[in-house]
Design a binder for this molecule. Structure first.
Ligand code: FAD
Length: 791
């Protein structure tokens, strides 16, 4: 094969022409899609393929990656990538791999490319058989909270990050950015990494399809440790690790062991509230060389998570961070998708989705969850890979011992060939032979029905496995959600009782009047909180009741479908959120304030630099989310600091320089509510400012239609402004129902009266189709499309 090492790959990428694609074979895997994000951050063109559409592929496509479904050699011929990267799930007879070989395209495994990118920064690698995804995510999250602008590559989606991998470009002198990376051992590629510092959590008998035995596994970790130049943080509770690494020059031990350099002592583990409350936490102390370093909290369960958090604390402390800042940074982390992830909870049942597939992980997860309040712990397990089921059959027979009821399904093959005599039924029989009751349920559809029939109020249900058992878990969660929907009157009554009298709450609110395009259905609930405290109550109650919510600004960048919005729409239109105050050269704004009024207020106080906001018909919150811009300026150029609320109701403040922003977007606000911002201007005379505002306004009136619209419908493609393209395609004036492509500006769809969201969506489809057919351009909407189709 045309294989390269990480150094050669680094060189190749640095010299690659900007438009030559990198091709990801198996792009939908978590590791592979993470590489896609890193490459996109670095400005590369990304192409690729996979068999099934999933969230990871959707996210890559939304960022402009061209990912095909299905593998054909023609795709490689057409793309002619500068590099092809393949995941370990790809079989050697894959036609795209064969074609790349034939065309002499350089081919590398996933880890080689990752190592090539990681070597550009200060690499902090997390390795180990179990727990490395959550640990890497915790490390990356903490580095983010410590304002170090880290890069990261995590092997699962992280709800608190817009993407699970990110490459931060270095600016000027700051050439020492950290890169937190999950280093995978499964296919013998740990040796690709040369970390600045590393954490090793554990080694175990795993991936025996690749390694001959445990000794071979240990050898791979030894090579990795030898290549680590700085601190090597290892778990002192794992005797094998102590034997292997205690003499490493950078060795730093952690764990419960009395001789660990960073020794942890659990203080309290539990939950806030009573049965089935929403927050989990664990409190512990860490002692460093005999002295108390400090007390820490994490929102994760189980001794293994405590131990892994201790590894992160040890590493951050070694890097020079103080205990109290570390405590703050790790305390807000809420976990990773499919790692003890709660997917449903009401006053009756609680459902947890977990990726655990190795006996050690399963046992640790069950022990951790046993600490949650519950009457019975029901476990549904889908074995993953025939090889693992075969080699570890004996260990699988005992790891479920604490479950009160157990189901086992057929094995999820993960591209492996079957092994004769190895299957889910055999595993179930082996467990039964050890004295534990177990039900063999071959398919996921049957499993969902069986679990639904079995659960009783107070039950905690754990879905376990690295395959597609997560689908059954989510389907059951959706079914239970439907059942548990409280009648609207009850929910309204709850809100009315708990919110202050100045807050507004309504059911079945029409939304068309609240958007500038004047289309769309109703919201189940609509709230205008009067204060941050009321907003926090709404957000918390929505989380508790699994009620989705969205934030509505002035509705000037939204297209709400005709079926309306299920759940809650929150609008910050009450006076607390719309206040504006000038102090010296700063304009303090609430998130609900209108941009036009902010611009006028700035002018009144002789504050220049904010004139561009004048004609954008949104709110400060919407403009922060969209990083709105006009006349050559954009929002975050003027923002000095922001105030925002997380989805637990906690309020944060941050300097704008510490917030990642991009063209027409600030991803932080995808899952945080903007509360306000401080904008910085410069002193100038009100007349000069007024003249500039008048000029901008005149330009707008000349170039934009006055009829109701949502502003520019499409983002500008790289090659041509969307408006010009639509004009050149002769689409101006095209009409569907009451929706028309404006004659004044091709990128505006206007509502000429009586338009429905369906009309606008059909018009959008027509334009996209024509752009694709005539110019091979994939237009992407700038306007955000929300809500349900009309049923
Ligand atoms: P909405 O449309 O209500 O919401 C947009 C997004 O922001 C949604 O995801 C929403 O959930 C989120 N959001 C709103 N408030 C908050 C909050 N407090 N916290 C977290 N998320 C929040 N845009 C430009 O950039 N430049 C222009 O020149 C421009 N011209 C326009 C001209 C016209 C005629 C129209 C109709 C629109 C124009 N737009 C322009 C688009 C739009 O005005 C901006 O994107 C604006 O910033 C949206 O603000 P909004 O308050 O209306 O947000």
């Amino acid at each position: 094969m045309n294989h390269l090492n990480s150094e050669q790959v680094d060189k190749l990428l640095r010299g690659a022409a900007p438009n030559s694609p990198v091709y990801l074979l198996g792009a939908g895997g978590c590791g592979m899609s993470g590489l896609g994000h890193l490459l996109l951050d670095l400005g590369h063109r990304v192409m690729g393929s996979d068999l099934v559409l999933n969230e990871e592929i959707r996210q890559l496509r939304a960022r402009g990656a061209e990912i095909h479904l299905g593998h054909t050699d023609g795709q490689i011929k057409a793309a002619f990538p500068v590099l092809l990267v393949y995941s370990s799930a790809i079989r050697s007879d894959n036609p795209e791999l064969a074609m790349a070989e034939q065309l002499r395209i350089p081919i590398v495994r996933r880890a080689v490319l990752l190592a090539a990118l990681v070597r550009r920064q200060r690499s902090l690698c997390v390795a180990g058989m179990h727990g490395k995804t959550t640990t890497t995510a915790l490390l990356a999250f903490a580095l983010e909270m410590l304002n170090t602008r880290p890069s990261y590559a995590i092997g699962a989606l992280v709800p608190q990050f817009a993407h699970h991998a990110r490459f931060r470009r270095e600016s000027g002198a700051s050439s020492h950015l950290f890169f937190a990376v999950e280093a995978d051992e499964s296919d013998g590629t740990l040796r690709e990494f040369h970390p600045d510092c590393a954490i090793i959590l554990n080694v175990d008998e795993e991936h025996l399809d690749y390694y001959a035995n445990l000794e071979a596994v240990c050898q791979e970790f030894e090579i990795f440790a030898r290549q680590t130049s700085g601190s090597l943080i290892f778990c002192a509770d794992d005797a094998r690790l102590t034997e292997l690494f205690a003499r490493h020059p950078g060795a730093v031990s952690y764990g419960f062991h009395p001789l660990a350099k960073y020794r942890l002592e659990p203080k309290n583990i539990g939950e806030t509230g009573s049965l089935f409350a929403n927050r989990r936490w664990a409190r512990f102390e860490v002692w460093h060389g005999g002295e108390r370093l400090g007390e820490f909290n994490i929102q994760l369960l189980g001794e293994k998570n405590l131990s892994n958090a201790c590894a992160v604390i040890a590493l951050l402390h070694q890097l020079g961070f103080g205990p109290s800042e570390i405590a703050r940074a790790i305390g807000a982390f809420t976990g990773v998708v499919r790692r003890q992830q709660e997917i449903f909870c009401d006053s009756r049942f609680r459902l947890i989705d977990d990726y655990g597939h190795h006996p050690a992980e399963i046992q640790a997860t069950i022990e951790a969850l046993k600490r949650l309040p519950h009457r019975r712990l029901l476990v549904a397990f889908q074995p993953h890979r025939f090889t693992r089921t075969h080699y570890l059959l004996n260990q699988f027979t005992t790891c479920f011992a604490s479950a009160d009821r157990l189901w086992v399904t057929e094995v999820y093959a993960a591209s492996e060939a079957e092994i004769a005599g190895i299957n889910g039924q055999k595993l179930a029989e082996a467990i039964r032979a050890r004295g534990q009751a177990v039900e063999w349920i071959p398919t996921l559809a049957e499993l969902r029905v069986a679990v639904r029939a079995a659960i009783l109020p107070g039950d905690l249900v754990l879905f376990l496995g690295a395959g597609d058992i997560t689908r059954a878990a989510h389907e059951l969660a959706a079914e239970l959600s439907k059942e548990s929907m409280l009648p609207k009157e009850q929910l309204l009554a709850h809100f009315s009782e708990n919110l202050s009298a100045d807050s507004l709450i309504r059911a079945d609110e029409p939304l068309a009047k609240r958007t500038t395009l004047r289309v769309g259905g109703r919201a189940d609930f609509y709230a205008e909180p009067a204060s941050e405290a009321d907003l926090a109550k709404i957000v918390n109650f929505c989380a508790e009741k699994h009620l989705r919510f969205i934030i509505l600004g002035r509705g000037s960048n939204l297209l709400i479908r005709d079926g309306g919005v299920r759940g809650m729409v929150i609008c910050l239109a009450r006076p607390w959120f719309t206040r504006l105050e000038v102090q010296g050269e700063r304009l303090h704004c609430g998130a609900g304030a209108k941009l036009k009024i902010a611009a006028v207020e700035a002018r009144r106080h002789g504050l220049a630099g904010l004139e561009f906001l004048e004609g954008i018909p949104g709110s400060i919150g919407g403009a922060l989310r969209m990083n709105a811009g006009a006349m050559g300026s954009w929002m975050f150029e003027a923002v000095e600091s922001i105030r925002f609320m997380d989805y637990f109701g906690n309020v944060h403040e941050r300097k704008a320089s510490e917030v990642y922003v991009e063209y027409r977007g600030c991803p932080l606000f995808k899952d945080h509510v903007a509360l306000g911002a401080v904008l910085k201007g410069q002193t100038a005379s009100p007349e000069v400012i007024a003249e500039r505002m008048n000029r901008y306004s005149a330009k707008r009136w000349d170039t934009q239609p006055a009829a109701p619209s949502a502003g520019c419908i499409f983002k500008n493609p790289k090659t041509i402004p969307a408006g010009k393209l639509i004009e050149e395609l002769g689409l101006k004036g095209t009409r569907v129902g009451g929706a028309v492509v404006s004659d004044v500006h091709g990128n505006f769809i206007i509502n000429q009266g009586g338009a429905t969201a369906g009309d606008v969506l059909n018009l959008i489809s027509i334009i996209k189709l024509r752009a694709k057919e005539a110019r091979n351009i994939e237009l992407e909407t700038e306007v955000e499309i929300l809500g349900d189709e009309l049923s």
